[in-house]
Design a binder for this molecule. Structure first.
Ligand SMILES: *Cc1c(COP(=O)(O)O)cnc(C)c1O
Length: 451
C-alpha cells in the first residue's frame, strides 16, 4: 500500500519554534535607526512591537517555547499533512519523489496564520487594543484578521491597490473576521497622500502599504504594527512547518535532497527550510535549499546586498538585505504576495554565505506548473505557490537528464481559491511575462541608496 499522506497526531505537534540565529555561521549586520543610522536598541522598536516580539527578534536561543494558548489555536489546522504527490510525479515522468507540506489547510488558506496567531497573542498579552498592517494579495491581511479577532484586537489593513481591485474576495474575508480594509495608497496617512500626489494612479506596493501601516501605528500609543514576513521573529514562527516536516519524514524511509519554497519576504521559505538547514549546518546533511522568486521582482537573483528601508517612504529601520531598492514598484503580477522589494535579513545572510540558493521564474512558467499540479493532485495552488512548483518541475527535468534519483519537498504555501480570476486570465491567454532590464534594476537600486 502506498502512503499518500503522512500525519502527525495533535500530541506530536512541535511545542517549540526553531531560531536559526543560534546556528548561523555568518555574523548578521544589525538593523539601523532610520534617522540616526546607528544600530537600533530595543526601545526604538517599542512604539511598533510588543516587547516579547522584540526579544524574539534579537534572540540567540536555539528553541523558543510556543505558548499554550497559541498551540491551542494552531490545533484548529495543525499539524498539517505532508503529502506524497504520486500523480504529479507520474505526470512529470522523472526519477523524483515529490512531497509537499500542505499549509493551505489553515482557516485563511495559507501559512500566514502560523505567525499571525502568536503576533496577535503577544500584543493581546501586553494590552494592545489596535493593530495596523499591510497586505499584498490579502493572504496576510486575512490571516491577521482571523488572529486579531480571536484576541479581541481591532485591525486596520492597508491593502495594495492592484490586489484590492484584482481580489475583492480577500477583502470580504477580512471584513467577515471583523477587520477594516482600505486600498493603499490611501488618504488616511501622510505617506499615502504623498504617493497619491506624485502618482494618482499608483497601483500600490507592499512597500507603500507598510509605510502607511507603520505611520498609523507610530502616531497612536494604543496602536501597534504587525508585519507578515521579512523580520526574524516572523520567520521563526513559521518554523513549525519544517519542524513538523522533519518529524513526518522520520515516519518514511525518505529524507529530502532538495527543499523548495516560493519567496516574497521569506517567511514560508524559512518555515519549511530552516529546520532542514539546521541539519545541514550541524549534521552536515547534504541538502540543497532553494528560494524561488518571480522574474518580475528578482531581489535574490538580481538585487544587491545593502542596507535599505523595509518600506517605500523610509519610516522603517534600515535592514541589511538583498534589495531592488525601496522605491521599486514591481509589475502587476498575480502573485501579489511576492511583490516585495527586499528579502528578510536572515535569508539574505544565508544566501550571501551560500547556504541556500535562489532562482527566478516567469509568471507563465509558474502558472503552467500550477495548472499541471491542479490537474494531477487536485488542489489549486495560490499564484505565489506556483513558483515553488515551477522549480520542482525544473528539478525533475534535471534529475531526468542526469539520470539520478532525487527526493524533493516543497512548501504548499497556500491554495488559490480566492485567486481564480488569475487562473481565468491565464487559461484564456491574457497573462504575459514581465522582463525587467538590468538598467532598470540598477537605476532603482542606485536611486534608493541610503548609506
Ligand atoms: C504571502 C505569501 C507568500 C509569500 O510570502 P513569504 O513571506 O515569502 O512566505 C507565499 N505564498 C503564499 C500563499 C502567501 O500568502
Amino acid at each position: 500500500m502506498k502512503t499518500k499522506k503522512i500525519f502527525l497526531s495533535e500530541k506530536e505537534m512541535p511545542t517549540q519554534w526553531y531560531n536559526i540565529q543560534a546556528d548561523m555561521p555568518g555574523e548578521m549586520l544589525p538593523p539601523l535607526h532610520p534617522a540616526t543610522k546607528q544600530p537600533l536598541g530595543p526601545d526604538d522598536l517599542a512604539p511598533l512591537f510588543p516587547m516579547e516580539l522584540i526579544k524574539q527578534e534579537v534572540s540567540k536561543e536555539r528553541y523558543i517555547d510556543i505558548p499554550e494558548e497559541v498551540q491551542d489555536i494552531y490545533k484548529i489546522w495543525r499539524p498539517s499533512p505532508l503529502v506524497r504527490a504520486y500523480n504529479f510525479e507520474k505526470l512529470l515522468d522523472a526519477p523524483v519523489k515529490i512531497y509537499y507540506k500542505n499549509e493551505s489547510v489553515s482557516p485563511a488558506g495559507s501559512h500566514k496564520p502560523n505567525t499571525a496567531v502568536p503576533q496577535a497573542y503577544y500584543n493581546y498579552k501586553e494590552g494592545v487594543k489596535k493593530l495596523t498592517t499591510e497586505t499584498g494579495a490579502g493572504q496576510w491581511g486575512s490571516a491577521l484578521s482571523f488572529a486579531a479577532e480571536y484576541f479581541g484586537i481591532e485591525l486596520q489593513v492597508f491593502m495594495v491597490k492592484v490586489s484590492f481591485l484584482q481580489k475583492p474576495y480577500r477583502q470580504f474575508m477580512m471584513n467577515t473576521w471583523g477587520a477594516k480594509v482600505v486600498p493603499s495608497p490611501s488618504t488616511l496617512t501622510e505617506s499615502g497622500r504623498k504617493i497619491l500626489d506624485e502618482d494618482p494612479d499608483s497601483p500600490g506596493s507592499l512597500g507603500i502599504a507598510i509605510s502607511e501601516a507603520v505611520e498609523m501605528a507610530a502616531k497612536d500609543e494604543n496602536t501597534k504594527y504587525s508585519l507578515g514576513s521579512v523580520l526574524n521573529h516572523v520567520l521563526m514562527h513559521q518554523t513549525i512547518i519544517g519542524e513538523e516536516a522533519l518529524r513526518q519524514f522520520e515516519k518514511t524511509d525518505d529524507y529530502p535532497d532538495i527543499v523548495i519554497g516560493c519567496f516574497g519576504g521569506g517567511s514560508n521559505f524559512a518555515g519549511i527550510s530552516f529546520p532542514f538547514l539546521r541539519k545541514k549546518i550541524t549534521e552536515n546533511k547534504n541538502t540543497r535549499v532553494i528560494a524561488v522568486e518571480p522574474e518580475s521582482c528578482p531581489k535574490l537573483t538580481r538585487g544587491k546586498f545593502q542596507y535599505d528601508f523595509g518600506d517605500t517612504v523610509g519610516l522603517t529601520p534600515l535592514l541589511a538585505m538583498y534589495t531592488l531598492g525601496h522605491q521599486f514598484v514591481p509589475p502587476k503580477i498575480h502573485a501579489g504576495g511576492l511583490r516585495y522589494h527586499g528579502a528578510g535579513p536572515i535569508i539574505s545572510e544565508l544566501l550571501k554565505d551560500k547556504l541556500i540558493e535562489a532562482s527566478a521564474v516567469h509568471q507563465l512558467e509558474s502558472f503552467d506548473a500550477g495548472v499541471k499540479f491542479a490537474r494531477s493532485e487536485g488542489i489549486i495552488p495560490a499564484p505565489e505557490t506556483t513558483h515553488a512548483i515551477a522549480q520542482v518541475v525544473r528539478e525533475a527535468k534535471k534529475a531526468k537528464e542526469e539520470g539520478v534519483q532525487k527526493t524533493i519537498v516543497f512548501n504548499f504555501s497556500g491554495h488559490g481559491l480566492v485567486d481564480l480570476a488569475a487562473y481565468d486570465q491565464y487559461l484564456s491567454g491574457k497573462l504575459h511575462d514581465y522582463s525587467i532590464s538590468q538598467e532598470e534594476i540598477e537605476k532603482s537600486i542606485n536611486s534608493s541608496k541610503v548609506l
